[in-house]
Ligand binder design. Structure first.
Ligand SMILES: [Zn+2]
Length: 305
């Protein structure tokens, strides 16, 4: 837990790679709002213990789920009395995307002895996907929703579809903080599951418009508006490069190979994830969709050895 102001904390999960996601905690007197839970139940219990340490005796009455990926919401069931708030598209995504048992089968000890099975085991094998009951939002919205935590105002802005279908960012005006969910990755390559990329660039502009001093990414260390601008530059590069590569007839996994990443972003982690982003960008440009497991197999092949 890193305190960002009165009653405002970021919960950071280094190293911020696959599944290691950040959360937020807002407190006023005896009530609290949590932004996102963790990928599994043991990690969410650690998060809740850390919250109880900085805000003893406080009841978390609200959980905001920024989007449907499991690393941001598969701990929701541990807050059975809280209202869970997310976009309608997020609720739909949680019910219809890859479920914990499927991910366990893809990444557990029984995962196939293939490069993809090996990749999944190495990146996801340390999480515990047993016994998770996916718990979608109990309150959904479109566009914009203001919430209160005690006397504090919290603004939810739906900025998806971008990273996923129903991305939401959380702006806390009195603390000058934005919890960006996976609209922002710092020090690692983002993953565009759905796009369009133009929406994602606009989402960066909406973070900038808040004027927030502190920006908490979904993965990686804290940043500020300068960090958001660098990330926006990456997305612009992706948009431009995808168009060129598609027009030149390069397959998406060649366009997304780590050796295509330009110098400013070459040090970012998980460069093989650019393959996923390129598959989504090509879809926008007219290519027929590819099966998720086929795309992930290309990702495993592209990982720098
Ligand atoms: Zn994430």
């Amino acid at each position: 837990m890193h305190q960002l102001g009165r009653g405002t904390w970021a919960y950071l999960s280094p190293p911020g790679t696959w599944g290691w996601s950040n959360c937020g905690l807002l407190v006023d007197s005896d009530v609290a709002l949590l932004v996102d839970t963790q990928f599994d139940l043991p990690l969410t219990r650690e998060l809740l213990a850390a919250a109880a340490e900085v805000a003893p005796g406080v009841e978390i009455g609200t959980v905001v789920t920024t989007h449907a990926n499991g690393d941001h919401c598969w701990g929701n069931e541990l807050l059975p009395r809280a209202e869970v708030v997310g976009s309608s598209a997020c609720g739909h995504g949680m019910a219809h995307e890859v479920q914990p048992a499927e991910l366990a089968a893809l990444s557990g000890p029984g995962a196939p002895a293939t490069p993809l099975g090996d990749y999944m085991r190495r990146h996801f094998g340390s999480f515990d996907f047993e016994g998770i009951t996916v718990t979608p939002p109990t309150r959904t919205f479109h566009g914009h929703l203001d919430l209160t935590v005690g006397h504090r105002r919290v603004e939810l802005l739906e900025v998806g579809p971008a990273h996923t279908d129903g991305d939401v960012i959380v702006h806390v005006p009195d603390a000058g903080v934005v919890f960006a969910g996976d609209i922002l990755f710092i020090d690692g390559h983002p993953i565009m599951w759905t796009g369009p990329i133009e929406n994602w660039i606009t989402a960066c502009d909406r973070i900038a418009e808040t004027g927030a001093e502190h920006v908490v990414p979904g993965h990686g260390p804290m940043t500020d508006q300068a960090g958001v601008a660098v990330f926006r530059g990456y997305l612009e590069w992706v948009a431009e490069w995808a168009q060129k590569a598609y027009a030149a007839g390069l397959p998406y996994w060649v366009a997304g190979a780590p050796d295509r990443v330009p110098a400013p972003y070459a040090g970012w982690g998980n460069p093989e994830r650019l393959v996923i982003t390129m598959a989504a960008a090509y879809r926008e440009l007219g290519e027929a969709p590819h099966e998720l497991l086929d795309v992930l197999a290309r990702v495993a092949d592209a990982e720098p050895k």
